[in-house]
Ligand binder design. Sequence first.
Ligand code: ILE
Length: 459
Amino acid sequence: MNSKRGQWASNLGFILAAAGSAVGLGNIWKFPGKIAAYGGGAFLLLYVLIVALIGLPVMLAELSIGRATQKNVVGAFHSLNRRWTFCGALGVITLFVILSYYCIVGGWVMKYVFVYLTGAHFPATAAPFQDFFVQFISAPVQPLLWGALFLGACIFVVVRGVSSGIEKFSKFLMPCLFLLLISIMLRAVTLPNAWEGVKYLFEIRPEAINGDTLVAALGQAFFSLSVGMGIMVTYGSYVPKKENLLRSAVMICFLDTLVAILAGLAIVPVVFATMGAEGLGMGGGFAFMALPEVFAMMPGGVLFGLAFFLLLFLAALTSAISILESCTAFLNEELHWSRLKSTLLLAVPMSLFSIGYSLSQNADRGLNLPWLDWKHGLQWLPMNAVMEKFTDNLMIPLGALLFCVFVGWIWGTSKAAKEIRGEAQKPFKLEKFWSFIVRYVAPVVILIILYFTLIQGQG
Ligand code: ILE
C-alpha cells in the first residue's frame, strides 16, 4: 500500500467531506426546480425511496471499491481487474466534463454573492431580475473570470491534500451550510401564504407518479449523491481500513436528502408566498431569477439574499472540490505529477470546455454540438445542453450501471461486503438484500432510465 497516500483523520471528517461532495448545486439549484416541475410530494416520495433502495446500495458498492484498493478510480479498477480499467477512465471523463461546467455555474453564484455583498442589489421589478441574469450569463468574458476564480478556490483547497485541505475545510464549511440553510428555511416557512408551498411539497397526488417522474427522480438521485462518476471510489479510498462503511454511507445519504428537502422548504414556499403557483414554472431559474425578486420584496431581503447565495456557494465549492480531487488523485498517482501540477494542467484543457459552455448561453455566439437519440435522430444543440445531457443522461447512469455490474458480477459482492464491514467483520444488516439490489435491481432500473433517455429522448 502507498504509505504516502492521504487518509481522513477522523470518520466524522470523512462523512462531512463526502456529504459536502453530495450536497451541491444538485440539491439547492436543481432539486427544488425538479420538485416543482414533477408535481411536489409525488416526486419527493419517489426520490426518497430511490435514494434508500438504489442510491445507497450503489454508493456502498463504490466506496467498497475505493477502500479495498486504496487507489484513485482508474488505479482501483486496474488493480482489481485490468480489463475493467476503462470503467475508471470513463469516470474521469465524466468528472472532467462536469467540472468544466460546474465551475461556470459556481462562478455565477460567486457573482451573486458579490452583488449582494457590495450592496449593488437588484431593482424590485420582475423583468430586470431576469434581464440581469440573462445578460450576465450570456456576456462573453465576465462569467469566465468568475468561473476561473471559483476554480482557483477549489485548487487552493485540493493542493493542500486530503486531511489538511479537504477534510479541514469541509469540517468548517458543512456546519456553516447547515446553519445558513436552517435559518433561511425558518424565514421562508413563516412568510404569509408560505403554507401553500409547504403543502405542495408534501402532498402526494397519485396522478403525478409516472414514468417521467421516475426517470427524473433517478437521474436527480445519482447526481445528487455523487454516485456513478467515481467520486465515492476516490473518497472511499481515503477511509482507514477499520471503519464500517455502511454507517457512513447511511449518514451521507441522510444528510444529502435532508439538505435537499430543507432546500425545497427554503425555496418553494417563498415562491408560493410571493408569486403563487405560477412562480413554479421558473424551474431551474428559481435560484438566479425568481429568488432575488422575492428577496427584494421581503423585509431584510438583502441579508436573506446574501445568506442564500453564500449557502449555494459553499455547497457548490465542497462538491467541485470532490470532483477536482477525483481527477487530481488519478494524475497524481498514475502519472506521478504533484497535486499542484495536476490541478493546473487539468485546468488548461478544461477551460476549453468551460469557455464553450459559457459562450453557448448566448444563442448568437454559442457553439452547437451533435446529440443523437433514437426518437429525435441527430440534432444540433447548444454546447451547454449537450454537455449536461452527456453527463446526466448518459455517463452518470452508465457509470452507475458499470460499477454495479463490476461489484455484482466480476469482483463479487461477497468481497465487497467484507470490505464494507470494516474491522468488525460481522455481516451487516441486510447484506443479502444489498447484494440482490447491486446484482439485479439497480442494473435493471438503470437500464430503464437509459432506455427512456437515449431511446425515448426524454430529459
Ligand atoms: N453531488 C453534487 C451535486 O449535487 C455534485 C454532482 C458532485 C456532480 O451537485
